[in-house]
Design a protein around this ligand. Structure first.
Ligand code: 6R9
Length: 657
């Protein structure tokens, strides 16, 4: 059995020599009792109360899990709570008003600290303003902001009044914003005038304006003035200045709305197997419990720590591990606006040093860049404050893992390789750093209370050492509840493939392939669907293809992933043109179209023009074969193709470059 993107291709999977967590770490770890695995197993699903008990409930729950209507599971369904009150208010009550909640590091060296008290004031004022603009409970508010403090302030203000937020990554295009606002029926937008990109003032507002032109609904927009005189802007009808609103509502307080645990906390659009992005629905109780619990048990976050997840809040990692998890635990979370190499390649280490960061969490794509730049950059700084390192977003192979361990952690910090997804809400597979041995190259076992299984096409668990589909056999609190686009799509995307509803046997399918070893450690091999993972960001090949085929003169396109040292995977496009057009006519238009439809992150590193695409006899484009060609792999039998000769032509073309 070989899947379209082919984990059957048997990539070599190496794991490095196991390492034990240092005794000094284990001694102080939040979780250090190996008995936790059995304890959770014997006491499932009540074991998850340990996560829920990290939160403050307005009305405590009686039921832990309601599973009658699988796969529409409900967690702590009769409980009530407010996420913003959990992330902010209760830390004031515990007497820690002046404790830093967010330390913001701006692109140009600006630094702002928000104490829990400051954050409380900000979210109360902005919540009052949102209400005044007409935002009611359950209205979806779209937030299109870069990494500035107003982003978490807006998110938590929404949470305070029970309005689900829909954060759209600031780098996405006007079209992508419009698609997401349209799909979410969102009538409110929080954005900014612009932000600095590589030193230049970049206009975000004009992108937002273009998006709104495409929408049918009327939208009220709040604009944060980030650039001041560097980018003057004027406000039109239905547009409000963030800072003026804050002044208007200065000193106002708004009671946090008690939400049912199953009420939506936020929507997050992510790439799916078809062109249309999926609106992943996360709820208030289960999501927050799972994010807080994994911040505690996996990332070992303590209130007195300075913790830094160097992700963007525009993706799920930033939601769960810059905002909700760490703030629920009352710690200090660092938020960084810039890039790792500006003004120099030691920028991150300078921030770690100056803030005495205890825990650092980043992505393999960044680690590979650090490795390429060399140890001289971290060596310029004192990094001994670090206690734990984490990685997320794509597979990390042993070499960069070891580099991270040696050069950033100085051989003294455990590394957690955390596998999870937008849909799982929070970490799902990882070692517990105070309990488990680490194996570089393998993420780890299922977390306690999770039931991750690697299965074959028939649903049978594969033998240790073998690979198969990564599935989850039991529900968990942070899981996606449905897709905003509808329950039907939720079933087809995640459940239909491996579930047996007649026997009430439900299997969540992640879309990933994995290998499992004799200790239950899982090595994730990558996606088996039409999703590619570029620098830890999920892109749909179909969405890119449709942007390409939308260009006049393009006949057909196939987009595949090509392995890359730096980004993990690059976007590689094969294009055939219509008669009368050649590549010089369309190349630029293709790049423009992709940037317009999705954003610069989806720009292909290579566009290869070919008279035809290889096809099966039934006319299906052989994308898997094209992926092998792009990756310089040995090709199998191509005789089943309708046009086998074209493969040789494409290979010759690539060889000439
Ligand atoms: C959190 C996040 C999810 C996809 C997932 C998988 C890949 C994430 C990984 C990993 C190997 C890890 N992925 N963590 N692969 N090892 N530790 O990234 O969510 O943006 O939804 O992406 O990322 O392929 O299916 P999301």
């Amino acid at each position: 059995m070989v899947d379209r993107n082919g984990w059957g291709r048997d990539r070599p999977v190496l794991t490095g020599s196991p390492r034990s967590p240092p005794a000094s770490f284990v001694e102080q770890a939040n979780v250090s009792d190996p008995g936790i695995y059995d304890e959770f197993e014997e006491n499932w699903p009540e074991c998850w109360e340990r996560a829920a008990d990290l939160l403050s409930w307005d009305q405590s729950y009686e039921t832990v899990l309601r599973d009658e209507n699988a796969p529409f599971y409900q967690w702590f369904p009769d409980g009530k709570l407010n996420a913003a009150a959990n992330c902010v208010d209760r830390h004031l009550e515990s007497g820690r008003k002046t404790h830093a909640a967010i330390r913001w590091e701006g692109k140009h060296g600006e630094r702002v600290t928000y104490t829990y008290r400051d954050l409380y004031v900000a979210i109360n004022e902005f919540a009052a303003a949102l209400r005044e603009l007409g935002v009611e409970e359950d209205d979806v508010v779209t937030i299109y902001l870069p990494m500035i403090p107003e982003l978490p302030i807006a998110m938590l203000s929404c949470a305070r009044i029970g309005a689900p937020h829909n954060v759209v990554f600031a780098g996405l295009s006007a079209d992508a914003l419009a698609t997401r606002m349209d799909a979410a029926d969102s009538e409110f937008l929080v954005t900014c005038d612009g932000y600095y990109r590589r030193g230049d003032a970049f206009n975000q507002k004009s992108k937002a304006d273009n998006a709104l032109l495409k929408l049918e609904q009327d939208v009220r927009t709040v604009v944060v003035d980030r650039l001041g005189d560097d980018l003057p802007h004027v406000l039109g009808d239905d547009e409000y200045d963030y800072h003026e609103l804050r002044e208007l509502f200065a000193g106002e307080t708004v009671d946090p709305v008690p939400r049912d645990a199953e009420d939506m906390l936020f929507l997050m659009y992510t790439s799916g197997t078809t062109g249309e992005p999926k609106g992943v629905v996360h709820t208030t109780g289960g999501y927050l419990a799972h994010a807080a619990w994994t911040s505690h048990a996996v990332l070992d976050v303590k209130p007195e720590d300075t913790y830094w997840c160097a992700a963007d809040i525009g993706w799920i990692t930033g939601h769960s591990y810059i905002i909700y998890g760490p703030l629920a635990l009352g710690t200090t979370t660092v938020m960084y606006e810039g890039t790792p190499d500006y003004p120099d390649r030691d920028r991150l280490w300078e921030i770690v040093d100056r803030n005495a960061v205890d825990i650092f969490y980043t992505a393999p794509t960044a680690i590979r860049a650090f490795m390429k730049w060399g140890p001289e950059y971290p060596d310029r700084h004192e990094l001994s404050s670090l206690r734990l390192l984490g990685t997320v977003g794509e597979p990390i192979s042993p070499r960069p893992w070891n580099w991270y361990y040696d050069h950033i952690g100085n051989g003294e910090c455990p590394v957690v390789d955390t596998w999870w997804q937008t849909e799982t809400g929070a970490v799902t597979v990882s070692t517990l750093p105070g309990v488990d041995e680490m194996k570089p190259g393998a993420a780890g076992p299922s977390l306690p209370g999770m039931d991750v299984r690697v299965i074959d096409e028939d649903g049978t668990e594969v033998d240790p050492g073998d690979s198969g589909y990564l599935t989850i056999a039991r529900p968990w609190p942070g899981m996606v509840r449905t897709l905003y686009d509808g329950d039907e799509r939720f079933r087809t995307e995640y459940w239909d493939r491996f579930s047996d509803p007649e026997n009430d046997d439900w299997r969540y399918f992640s879309g990933d392939a994995a290998r499992i070893d004799e200790d239950g450690y899982i090595t994730v091999l990558g996606r088996v669907d039409d999703v590619i993972n570029v620098s830890g960001r999920r892109l749909s090949t179909m969405e890119i293809e449709s942007a390409i085929t939308g260009v006049e003169g393009v006949a057909e396109a196939a987009v595949v992933g090509r392995s890359s040292e730096t980004t993990g995977t690059d976007v590689y496009a094969y294009v055939s043109t219509e008669g009368g057009y050649d590549d010089t006519d369309v190349r630029e238009a293709i790049v423009d179209s992709i940037e317009t439809a999705i954003g610069p992150i989806a720009r292909p590193t290579e566009i290869l023009f070919t008279p035809e695409l290889p096809k099966t006899r039934s006319g299906k484009i052989m994308r898997r074969l094209l992926e092998d060609v792009a990756n310089g792999e040995e090709l199998g039998d191509t005789s089943a193709l309708r046009n086998p000769e074209i493969v040789g032509e494409i290979q010759a073309e690539i060889g000439e470059e």
